[in-house]
Ligand binder design. Structure first.
Ligand SMILES: Nc1ncnc2c1ncn2[C@@H]1O[C@H](COP(=O)(O)OP(=O)(O)OP(=O)(O)O)[C@@H](O)[C@H]1O
Length: 305
């Protein structure tokens, strides 16, 4: 559907993207993750044809992303975009729909995105959340084969976010391809089959959520005990010990099986044992903040009330 081959991009001599090669395949939902400034928007802007690379090539449906024939099959909502303040919601949808051969009928799109009640309102009078919903609706109005969304639900309340996820899920089930960036890991987990992690302009991981998680070789072994947490700090596989809000002790273990065997073998008093793999959040932190080891990050978080 879309691809970059060794693309680079610098701003005023400062690299924003190192050579990045990425394929977006038909029917997949790809989540692009990365800390602020990692280069996500730059990569999306190259794929949408809003910017050109310094070197390397970008293809959208086998063409240049600047070719109108390619862009006609693309729906997108850039991160920083604005709506014409004096146009009404319905007029805005009609205006964008007029650019496409087979648009979704305006009343249908408005109903899908919960915008029917405000169809006669001028865009300048919409709340931030309503604007955001309208912008995502506009990305879908042309029945695109590929939708690229840069942080589509930032600033939305939980209900509005879940409604949008549902709409995007329907688009996916109908065979659409989705590329999305988000700072909400839950969003990436919900919407994406594949996750690409970008850090400092380079791809540092590419795989399913489970594969990304497995990059982090630390598991959490939690249990209740009468002993102080420090009693477990010296376990050979331990990479850190934390106490949870319910007083459960969590050993961050490089080998959870061996830790459990040792607890039993050495007669440590424990109850309610649970073993968890690393979360996507911990994997993400480990991949993008190598100077902040996962155990410490998890430790700090778990000690918070
Ligand atoms: N128009 C621009 N002019 C100068 N520098 C820019 C411009 N756009 C981006 N940059 C720089 O390029 C780097 C990558 O920025 P980019 O917006 O692609 O990151 P991002 O991963 O989308 O970040 P965020 O999550 O904060 O949106 C950053 O260092 C940023 O300051």
């Amino acid at each position: 559907m879309a691809a970059t081959r060794s693309v680079t991009k610098s701003y005023a001599g400062k690299p924003a993207l190192n050579p990045v090669t990425l394929d977006i395949r038909a029917g997949e939902a790809l989540g692009l993750l990365g800390p602020n400034g990692a280069g996500k928007s730059t990569l999306l802007n190259l794929l949408c044809g809003l910017r050109t690379p310094d070197s390397g090539t970008v293809e959208l449906f086998g063409r240049s992303p600047r070719d109108p024939l390619a862009r006609r099959q693309l729906g997108t909502t850039p991160q920083a975009t604005s709506l014409p303040p004096t146009l009404r919601v319905r007029e805005t949808v009609d205006f964008v729909a007029a650019h496409y051969a087979e648009p979704v009928p305006t009343p249908e799109l408005l109903a899908d995105f919960g915008l029917s009640d405000i169809a006669a309102k001028q865009c300048g009078g919409l709340s931030g959340g309503q604007q955001r919903r309208l912008m995502v609706a506009l990305a879908l109005v042309g029945n695109p084969r590929l939708v690229i969304l840069d942080e589509p639900t930032t600033g939305l309340d939980v209900q509005a976010r879940e409604n949008l996820w549902e709409r995007l899920g329907e688009y996916r089930r109908a065979g659409g391809t989705l590329l999305i960036t988000s700072h909400y890991l839950e969003e990436i987990q919900t919407l994406s089959g594949r996750v690409v992690v970008l850090n400092n302009g380079s791809v540092v991981a590419d795989g399913t959520v489970d594969e990304i998680r497995s990059h982090v070789s630390v598991s959490k072994v939690s249990f209740h005990t009468t002993l102080p947490p420090s009693a477990f700090a010296s376990l050979p596989e331990s990479a850190g010990v934390a106490t949870g809000p319910d007083n459960a002790v969590t050993v961050l273990s490089r080998d959870a099986d061996e830790t459990v065997r040792r607890l039993v073998r050495d007669n440590f008093p424990f109850s309610r044992l649970e073993v968890h793999t690393a979360s996507l959040e911990e994997a993400f932190l480990a991949l993008t903040h190598r100077q902040t080891p996962v155990p410490e990050a998890a430790h700090a978080r778990e000690e918070q009330p």
